[in-house]
Design a protein around this ligand. Structure first.
Ligand code: ADP
Ligand code: ADP
Ligand code: MG
Length: 452
């Protein structure tokens, strides 16, 4: 096992990783931006170094600065968390060149799967069902001709996409050219690559993903699924495990497809295969995330397996100590993302000082956060300031526990979405488990109707 790990991230995920390291007796190096000098990850780590200005381009994406600190402090490995550099093949490759372990798959694997177009081809070749669509097309007229073949509605998606960006829904031929240019423009500015491809828009559909862990010795274990269909603008809001909507047979088929996908590419470390599931039990590969996922705690709560600790063990060359038949999914876990934003004003991000904070507790209640009372939420970063995760014996019990925990949560001084989350938990579509990825859009439309 490594003796020292650098954490190239901030916020709740940096804190989560620091805790995992300390529990394993590994010392930690934090890096931070000028705006984050009072951040929790800075005070929790054994050593902390300022690497640049508030903008992520100057600090958390500053590869040279991060690698310099890693080399100078003698860190043997870097954990990238999620977002930021976690799916950056160049960064993983630079780590490899500096003889520092990148806690994740190889740079080659990251580029192979991060290119969503190539990932679709790889999966198709491996016999994993893929969402119907087409490969990357750069010429707008050719793309239009291809769109006519796929049929409307369809989605235009960025080849290098992530975080819900660079995606456009096209309902008809008239909308196509504008959407094509705008998707490509957003992809160019967000990912530095304007290439887009198309997929048939499946609706109604559920987003269900499978967590995998793979060691350096070819052992692949699937840790069940997460249902992530509560989404706003293609970004997840609530996740749960197991999915309330799939039976044992569908679960087994999805796990088998995920394992097949992982083995086909000789995957290593933690990863997630995202699928779309239609009402007839057909599912389609959507993308693979070659990193730790925001919603990983729900899987930890039902499996009892610490995913971050296993990421470290795998990266240091330790084989998995369990196999597929050892995995038991116990009870039910739900996560609500707590975002600093105002749901009444089109989810406008909020920043400012938290002048009163109460974090809920009790058996089976976990709050992953980096905020504390008097902390100033800076305006520069992601609006997610916490993840409330609960575990119950049954889904009903987990929902009741989540409602209780949400009602206890106090974050004064900034806007947040805890009330909205509590409302969602009371919606029939949520309680029945029948909700699809259109759920939040349906709610929004109903709300507008009520106002009229
Ligand atoms: P998850 O699938 O783990 O829920 P999200 O799609 O919500 O992940 O993204 C996790 C975080 O990473 C978010 O802060 C999101 O904005 C960011 N993110 C995801 N993909 C990218 C990317 N390709 N480039 C930059 N940021 C990204
Ligand atoms: P990202 O890399 O930004 O996470 P994804 O390809 O995972 O992008 O898609 C984000 C979300 O968009 C999915 O979780 C799903 O809700 C929706 N989505 C993606 N592809 C389709 C599709 N072909 N049909 C319907 N919804 C889709
Ligand atoms: Mg995705």
């Amino acid at each position: 096992m490594f003796s020292k790990v650098l954490i190239a991230n901030r916020g709740e995920i940096a804190v989560r990783i620091i805790r995992a390291c300390h529990e394993m007796g590994v010392s930690t190096v934090a890096v931070y931006s000028e705006a984050d000098k009072d951040a929790l990850h800075v005070s929790l780590a054994d050593e902390s170094y300022c690497i640049g200005g508030a903008q992520v381009a100057d600090s958390y994406l500053n590869m040279a600065a991060i690698l310099t600190i890693a080399v100078e402090t003698g860190a043997q490995a870097i954990h990238p968390g999620y977002g930021l550099l976690s799916e950056n093949a160049k960064f993983a490759s630079l780590c490899e060149q500096c003889n520092i372990a990148f806690i994740g798959p190889s740079s080659e694997m990251i580029s192979r799967m991060g290119d969503k177009d190539q990932a679709r081809k790889t999966m198709r070749a491996a016999g994993v069902p893929v969402t119907p669509g087409c490969d990357v097309i750069t010429n707008a007229d050719e793309a239009l001709a291809e769109a006519e073949k796929i049929g409307y509605p369809l989605l235009i998606k960025a080849k290098a996409g992530g975080g819900g960006r660079g995606i456009r829904l096209v309902n008809s031929r008239d909308e196509f050219l504008n959407a094509f240019r705008s998707a490509s423009g957003e992809a160019q500015s967000a990912f530095g690559d304007g290439a887009v491809y198309m997929e048939k828009y499946l609706n109604p559909v559920k987003h269900i993903e499978v967590q995998i862990l793979c060691d350096k010795f070819g052992n692949v274990v699937c840790l069940g699924e997460r249902e992530c269909s509560v989404q706003r603008k293609n970004q997840k809001l609530i996740e749960e495990s197991p999915s309330p909507a799939i039976n044992e047979e569908t679960r087994a088929r999805m796990m088998e497809a995920a394992a097949k996908a992982a083995k086909a590419v000789n995957y290593e470390n933690a990863g997630t295969i995202e699928f779309l599931l239609d009402g007839d039990g057909n599912f389609y590969f959507m993308e693979m995330n070659t990193r730790l996922q925001v919603e990983h705690p729900v899987t930890e709560m039902v499996t009892g397996i610490d995913l971050v600790q296993w990421q470290l063990r795998i990266a240091s060359g330790i084989p998995l100590s369990f196999n597929q038949s050892d995995i038991r999914l116990n009870g039910h876990a739900i996560e609500c993302r707590i975002n600093a934003e105002n749901p009444d004003f089109d989810f406008r991000p909020s920043c400012g000082r938290i002048n009163l904070l109460h974090i809920p507790g009790g058996p089976g209640v976990r709050f992953e956060t980096a905020v504390y009372q008097d902390y100033f939420v800076p305006p520069f970063y992601d609006s997610m300031i916490g993840k409330l995760v609960v575990h119950g014996d049954t889904r009903d019990q987990a929902i009741r526990k989540m409602k209780t925990a949400l009602s206890e949560l106090v974050i004064d001084g900034i806007d947040h979405n805890a009330e909205l989350q509590a409302d969602i938990l009371m919606d029939d579509r949520f309680t029945s488990g029948s909700y699809t990825t259109s759920f939040m859009a349906e709610r929004e439309a109903e709300r507008k109707d009520e106002v009229k």
